[in-house]
Write a protein that binds this ligand. Structure first.
Ligand code: APR
Length: 164
């Protein structure tokens, strides 16, 4: 059973094996946590993302899937990029949000990672209500195949939703 932790903080500063990026299907960067990871991690991460796009991921990364790159200059060893679903009031996309967490953990375990940090995937630009995202994320990591899962929440509202 993995230990689950909740911290208020910046995911780019985490000393863990893997940090998960809330990316988009292009894998070529964006705002929010994605922007912060590329900014602080440096150009090596984007270079590997471009290689992925030139190879197996020519059509982009599908929602719910996950893929790893170097973490560049970050303290983590790898970044696992996943694409969360955009919130929809008319369609239940919860399984896709759960898939992001499960597939990220699977990729991390395949790398040999023992510790994985997640941001609050989909709760920013993709507008998923944070209370709902927290429930889905926590359930999805319940039998994680790693030793430590750390949710790194960027603001107090998200921290309270996840840590409750
Ligand atoms: N550390 C931890 N969490 C962060 C950080 C950070 N440095 N920066 C932002 N966050 C938080 C936000 O506050 C939000 O709670 O990450 C959560 C997810 O927000 P977004 O980064 O907007 O991710 P998401 O909602 O999944 O939208 C993905 O945004 O950046 C683009 O390329 C990305 O198009 C994709 C979309």
């Amino acid at each position: 059973m993995a230990t689950i932790e909740y911290v208020l903080g910046d995911i780019t500063e985490q000393h863990v094996d893997v940090i998960v990026n809330a990316a988009n299907s292009s894998l070529l960067g964006g705002g929010g946590v994605d922007g912060a990871i590329h900014r602080k991690g440096g150009p090596e991460i984007l270079a590997e993302c471009r290689e992925l796009r030139a190879g197996h991921y020519g059509g982009g990364l599908k929602t719910g899937q996950a893929v790893a790159t170097t973490a560049g200059r970050l303290p983590a060893r790898w970044v696992v990029h996943t694409v969360g679903p955009v919130w929809s009031a008319s369609e239940d996309r919860s399984e896709l949000l759960a898939d992001c967490h499960r597939n990220s953990l699977r990729v991390a375990a395949e790398l040999g990672a023992a510790s994985v940090a997640f941001p609050a995937i989909s709760t920013g630009i993709y507008r998923w209500p944070v209370e709902s995202a927290a429930q889905i994320a926590r359930a999805a990591v319940a039998d994680a195949p790693v030793e430590l899962v750390r949710f790194v929440l960027f603001d107090r509202t998200a921290y309270e939703a996840y840590a409750r």
